[in-house]
Design a protein around this ligand. Structure first.
Ligand SMILES: C[S@@+](CC[C@H](N)C(=O)[O-])C[C@H]1O[C@@H](n2cnc3c(N)ncnc32)[C@H](O)[C@@H]1O
Length: 289
């Protein structure tokens, strides 16, 4: 069998992460592609061409995971993040992942003030590697070392959970997240309790108790890339699980997102401007006294 040339490897932007196309150019006398790849977890569409780029066939194969690896990037405050090539968005702001966790989530959600009450419950909606929640824990424990902090993280992708082992943001409380893996989704240590729920947050959020969370760190991909994460149905769930007068903070100020928050019952205002053109949004489940 002649050697194959991997001409071009390209991730296509699809709804599912587990979909990509790979273009293979065969030497003139190669007729079969069988047994070239080992079975693994990522389904790919293989488009086969002869030299001269005449299309021959299309088939599906499972490719080794290293072909799906995410590119690591360093943000302006020195903290690392990854590029999701399928969505073409990074998991954190280029201007600083750690700064974003503090200024867009922990401060607007008043974690320091909540810590003075002795207990803080945080929902990290689209938790990824947990930077925002780690910052929430850090701020709470700095304010009150006896504070109990409970975090529930909703995340769909086990691959990003694995990436926790490859980053070291300057947040001391990130040490708790180092113990989270796709097969160990819960950590209880001292006053800190972190639980990841793996799955589609549209579904997993329905399992959460009513009026339970003091704060929601709402950090999906952007409304443009992931509009379903910003729809009214999902905000209905966020409204259901947040406590009265609880605060939801997010990086986006998109009209559609704000309209859906309002339709779900939230009152909103501008959040901090940080690294993007517009402000974030701070939404409150405001209840008359
Ligand atoms: C902008 S990143 C969040 C980064 C995160 N805050 C961190 O510190 O790493 C968006 C996250 O939403 C997750 N996600 C996308 N769709 C989801 C869904 N339907 N349910 C739960 N999580 C989802 C992605 O896998 C990704 O980790």
């Amino acid at each position: 069998m002649k050697e194959l040339t991997l001409k071009r490897l390209e991730r296509k932007i699809h709804l599912s992460k587990h979909s990509m196309e790979i273009y293979i150019v065969l030497s003139e006398d190669v007729t079969s592609l069988s047994c070239l790849f080992q079975i693994n977890t990522t389904k790919c569409r293989i488009l086969t061409y002869r030299k001269g780029l005449n299309f021959i066939s299309q088939s599906y194969l499972y490719l080794p995971l290293d072909l799906t690896s995410m590119q690591k990037c360093t943000t302006a405050d020195g903290s690392e993040t990854f590029l999701n090539e399928e969505i073409q968005e990074t998991y954190h702001s280029h201007t600083g992942a750690v700064e974003e966790a503090l200024k867009k989530y922990a401060i607007p959600c008043k974690i320091k003030e909540l810590a003075q009450t002795g207990k803080v419950t945080i929902l990290d909606a689209c938790a990824g590697m947990g930077y925002n929640a780690a910052m929430g824990i850090q701020v709470a424990l700095e304010e009150n070392p006896d504070c109990k902090v409970e975090v529930v993280g909703l995340e769909i992708d086990p691959e990003i959970i694995k990436k926790i082992q490859e980053v070291n943001p300057a947040i001391p409380a990130f040490k708790y997240f180092k113990k989270i893996t796709p097969t160990n989704l819960e950590v209880k240590e001292g006053n800190v309790h972190i639980k990841y729920i793996l799955g589609d947050a549209h579904e997993t959020s329905k399992l959460l108790p009513e009026e339970y969370f003091d704060a929601i760190f709402f950090d999906p991909f952007s409304p443009k890339s992931a509009p379903d994460m910003w729809n009214k149905e999902f905000f209905d769930q966020m409204y259901r699980v947040i406590k009265r007068n609880g605060i939801l903070a997010t990086f986006s100020c998109a009209r559609m997102a704000r309209d859906n928050m309002a339709a779900a019952g939230f009152m909103y205002d501008d959040g901090p401007i940080l690294g993007r053109r517009g402000p974030g949004t701070i939404a409150t489940k405001w209840v008359f006294p």
